[in-house]
Design a protein around this ligand. Structure first.
Ligand code: PHE
Length: 340
């Protein structure tokens, strides 16, 4: 009976079968247990001898069962580990992973640079009223500058006025002045819209606007701020920055800013050279604009600037065609985009 049980133990392939064997041998009604019970019918000498033998068998069987039990438990655990294995080194569908879009990256970089100079970020709606997009900025209904902005108009309201998709971020200047009054030191990044489409124009693009209003802010501050920005953004310490007189209805005097470059064929390189690239418009805020926003122009003055995000991104990262910014081509994004 001992070999029978031990063979069975060795042959048990799972812990359930092993437990059945244990019950059948050592349980209350098990074979070995009942043999021990039957000893009461034996003579005292026989009982002693058989008892010793049975105890040894019982011990051996119990030990064998314990050993097999550990073996089986190990095997079962290993099998489970194999079955539930997760390969953490596998990458997650890499072909679907995107990057940070150059527009977002450029806005972040610009905000970081202006942030160091103490500017905070302000935002405004994409749909503006005619007054904030034009009128308050000194662009009246008959002003020729309106023609420069190929405006998307929304249908007229019942009272005759019509909303526009903002053609620049300058209406955010107006909102800030109206809401917070002076002093002000903000940059306003965001989407802008003009009805135009070719290699250098898309109907939606981005600008970042700056506005500083204080009691003594002057053109020197404007120059210093923008020179510092250009050098920091393009990462060229001695980058030449040129202020060229220009005209905007909402600034007086006004200027456009060029940065130095060298040009060979269609290629250009930013830095000291014999050529210039225009990158932004700026000027001292027109007193009429301050007054339109309820700011006392005899006490306060300041400057404003506005630049195209895509334009400065194209220049810095060598992106040749503006339209590719909005084609949602993952290959383009992986080439020009940034790791999160
Ligand atoms: N709003 C102007 C544009 O879109 C840029 C600008 C902003 C110029 C602020 C001067 C001051 O062209």
């Amino acid at each position: 009976i001992k070999t029978e049980v031990l063979d069975a133990v060795a042959g048990a392939t799972d812990s359930k079968a092993l437990d059945d064997i244990r019950v059948n041998a050592l349980g209350k009604k098990g074979s070995i247990t009942s043999m021990m019970k039957n000893m009461k019918d034996l003579s005292p000498e026989e009982r002693k001898e058989t008892g010793q033998k049975l105890n040894m068998v019982k011990g051996e069987v119990a030990q064998a069962i314990e050993a097999r039990k550990t073996e089986l438990a190990d095997a079962e655990l290993n099998a489970r580990l194999m079955a539930e294995k997760i390969d953490v080194t596998l990458s997650t569908r890499p072909e679907q992973a995107g990057t940070i879009h150059p527009v977002s990256q450029t806005i972040d970089e610009a905000i970081a640079i202006f942030g160091e100079m103490g500017f905070t970020v302000a935002e405004g709606p994409n749909i503006e009223d005619d007054w904030r997009n034009f009128g308050a900025l000194n662009i009246g209904p008959e002003h020729p500058a309106r023609q420069d902005h190929d405006t998307f108009y929304l249908p007229r309201e019942q009272d005759g006025h019509r909303m526009v998709l903002r053609t620049h971020t300058s209406p955010v200047q107006i909102r800030s002045m109206q809401e917070k009054g002076a002093p002000i030191r903000i940059v306003c990044p965001g989407r802008t819209y003009r009805c135009d489409y070719d290699a250098t124009h898309t109907p939606m693009f981005h600008q970042i606007e700056g506005l500083v209003i204080d009691e003594k802010t002057h053109f020197g501050h404007l120059k210093g701020t923008l020179i510092d920005f250009c050098r920091a953004y393009f990462g060229v310490d001695e980058l030449p920055v040129r202020f060229r007189p220009s005209y905007f209805p909402f600034t007086e005097p006004s200027a456009e800013v060029d940065i130095g470059c060298t040009r060979e064929g269609g290629e250009f390189k930013i830095g000291a050279g014999d050529d210039w690239l225009e990158i932004l418009g700026c000027g001292m805020v027109h007193p009429k604009v301050l007054e339109n926003c309820g700011i006392d122009s005899t006490k306060y003055q300041g400057f404003a600037f506005g630049m195209g995000i895509e334009r400065i991104a194209m220049l810095k990262y060598g992106i040749p065609d503006l339209r590719t910014f909005y084609e949602s081509d993952l290959r383009w994004l992986r080439h020009y985009g940034f790791k999160a």
